[in-house]
Design a protein around this ligand. Structure first.
Ligand code: KG4
Ligand code: ZN
Length: 365
């Protein structure tokens, strides 16, 4: 029997419809043969956020095209696929259902196995796909829907060291952009403005730094920014270009400080037990922020921990990470059947208390 596994990954838990084909031979590093992502930004733009019903319908319409494109780009036929990996949660339920039902249909029709994958595990295991990182490592997941520190022990075993109790940083960047009339997604536009501003112009709060542990909060920061903006408008009748840049720079500096300090604490906990080849990996769209990356790199250098960030296309939502997490589960013997259910909430660390608040994907997990 051939030891080569060709796996189709499917992802539809938020506002990206994605399909990917990965091939792994024996215990060699898997190859990404194709990774197709169709975003839905334009569909949701008029509403200022992801509309679950619109997302679900668009996923259902796009999934088959996406799979076809992934097969074509990889040079494989549907008949070559050995197994299917599908995001079964957490996320917007209508979207998650789209790919789960599609995977069930393909699995039954092709008579091949299927494995359900936790979307967060997809992000958390990506450093193993891209850099063959060994367990255990710390993952900081920072996106528009998530913000948490995870100690990754194995594909099935995670310890959540802390996370946001309200907004995710990406949401805070997006709201900041909205408050200042900058284009969406807010992260890149706020970052570009911040480059021209003074990070010390406003002293925004660094929430929860006075509290032990690694939990974070970002919603107060947005309120502070709103107050500062309104105070300037009340005083001068409007914002100058420099005012806007200063607000962005001061906001970003607060996010960097919070993430850096909480990372320092997460690493201290991790290093208490693991000092052999310590690694911190980041994933999620916010990991693209150069100031945040620089802050994290400094903290890692001080702690003697290797910093790694997968390429951006694999940091944001994609199906290659789902296919890879599927390979890890499949190789460990996991199989799902027609009873696989779509789960809106699915924390990786079942023993950790539920996170409050909900991001653009729904519950924070
Ligand atoms: O991981 P992602 O593509 O989607 C999910 O949220 O799942 O992350 C998107 C988020 C958006 O909120 C976007 O504003 C933020 O990542 N983002 C950034 C930057 N690029 C994207 N935030 C800060 N700085 C950036 N350069
Ligand atoms: Zn994600």
């Amino acid at each position: 029997m051939s030891d080569t596994l060709i796996i189709l990954g499917l992802e539809s838990s938020c506002d990206d419809t994605a399909a990917a084909i990965l091939r792994q031979t024996g215990d060699q590093a898997p190859e990404i043969l194709s990774s197709i992502v169709h975003g839905q930004t334009e569909l949701h733009a008029p509403f200022g956020g992801v509309v679950p019903e619109i997302a679900a319908r668009a996923h259902a319409e796009k999934l088959d095209t996406c799979i076809k494109e992934a097969l074509e780009a990889s040079g494989t036929a549907l008949a070559d696929v050995d197994a299917i990996a599908v995001t079964a949660g957490p996320g917007l339920i209508g979207g998650v259902l789209s790919a789960v039902m599609c995977a069930k249909g393909l699995s039954a029709g092709l008579n091949i196995p299927m494995v359900g994958v936790n979307h967060l595990a997809g992000h958390a295991l990506t450093p193993r796909l891209t850099d063959q990182v060994s367990f255990p490592y710390v993952m900081l997941l920072v996106s528009g829907g998530h913000c948490q520190f995870l100690m990754v022990h194995s594909p099935e075993e995670y310890t959540r060291l802390g996370g946001t109790i309200d907004d995710a940083p990406g949401e805070a960047f997006d709201k900041t952009a909205r408050l200042l009339g900058l284009p969406q997604p807010g992260g890149p536009s706020v970052q570009a403005e911040a480059l021209k501003g003074d990070p010390k112009a406003h002293r925004f709060p660094r929430p929860l730094l006075d509290r032990a542990g690694c939990d974070m909060s970002f919603s107060g920061l947005k309120t502070a920014l709103l107050r500062a903006r309104d105070a300037i408008i009340a005083e001068k009748g409007g914002l100058t270009v420099q005012d806007r840049a200063d607000l962005c720079a001061s906001f970003q500096a607060a996010v960097v400080d919070v993430l850096a300090e909480k990372t320092r604490r997460a690493l201290a906990t991790y290093l208490e037990e693991n000092s052999a080849q310590p690694v911190l990996a980041v994933a999620g769209g916010v990991a693209a922020n150069t100031a945040i990356r620089a802050g994290l790199e400094t903290v890692c250098a001080e702690a003697g921990v290797t910093f790694t960030a997968p390429p951006l296309a694999l940091c944001t939502d994609n199906a290659a990470m789902i296919a890879y997490a599927g390979i890890e589960r499949y190789r460990a013997g996991a199989r799902d059947d027609m009873s696989l259910s779509a789960r809106p909430r699915w924390p990786l660390d079942q023993s950790a208390p539920a996170m409050l608040g909900s991001g653009k994907k729904g519950a924070k997990a």
